[in-house]
Design a protein around this ligand. Sequence first.
Ligand SMILES: [Zn+2]
Ligand SMILES: [Zn+2]
Length: 268
Amino acid sequence: MAFAILVTQHEKGKLIAPVLQEIGIRVVENSSWDTDQLGTFAGEVERRLTPHECALEKAKQAIKLTGLGIGLGSEGSFGGGPLPGVINWNEEILCFYQPEHERVIYARASGAFPGKSFVLEQISDLEHVEELSNQGLHWIVKINDEILKGLNLAMLTEALTIADQHGLLTWPIKVEPDLRAMYCPPRQQMIKKAAEDLARRLQALCPECSEPNFVVKHQEKGLPCELCSLPTQLPSHEVLHCEACEHTEKLGVAATSADSQHCQWCNP
Ligand SMILES: [Zn+2]
Ligand SMILES: [Zn+2]
């Protein structure tokens, strides 16, 4: 069985390990390197690298620390998505780094994120935080320049009540979700999905050179219109590509023609 090392201080190992165990990779968690130096969600440390660069850097550090052959780096980001400002979006990247084979594979998963911030005018406004708390979200609140993190609803209520009684609060108070993985069940689900994507990529071998990650890398547009047969903007093919040997295969999509509403000619 191959060993892979995951550097994390946020208990991500138990999310990723069971998935990779099934394809013969044993994930070992190591918390001795401070991943927060690459940036934190709460903003104490600014992020200078892209999420992909961050994930690769963590995977490289994992190998440096342990000398094992495979490093894993997990990095999450928030924002963007199909409807920015309307739907909160979470993307999780899991980088697989194996220097012996010069192998870098980025797996990913993304989706809507239910967490959001609240502005409380008074203690009783905590009732608005209840629904998301019941989904397991934890909270961050700033009281007198002190940032309290990882609070469940009971802890948040107690902290605000005591601070209010001592006149330490200036309403309104902003309460934000704690996005660190061990305090954020929706992220935990997304990290599991990224691990599943990695397992899929590791098992998808190139028919020419047997390198993993022979999966759909992009789509080609041009599905013909059902009425006039001219190409539309809808995808006609999915393209599988191997970065190691450049082997490429095209797969036709399930549909053979596009609804004429997508046609520039029939429905301009
Ligand atoms: Zn290949
Ligand atoms: Zn047409």
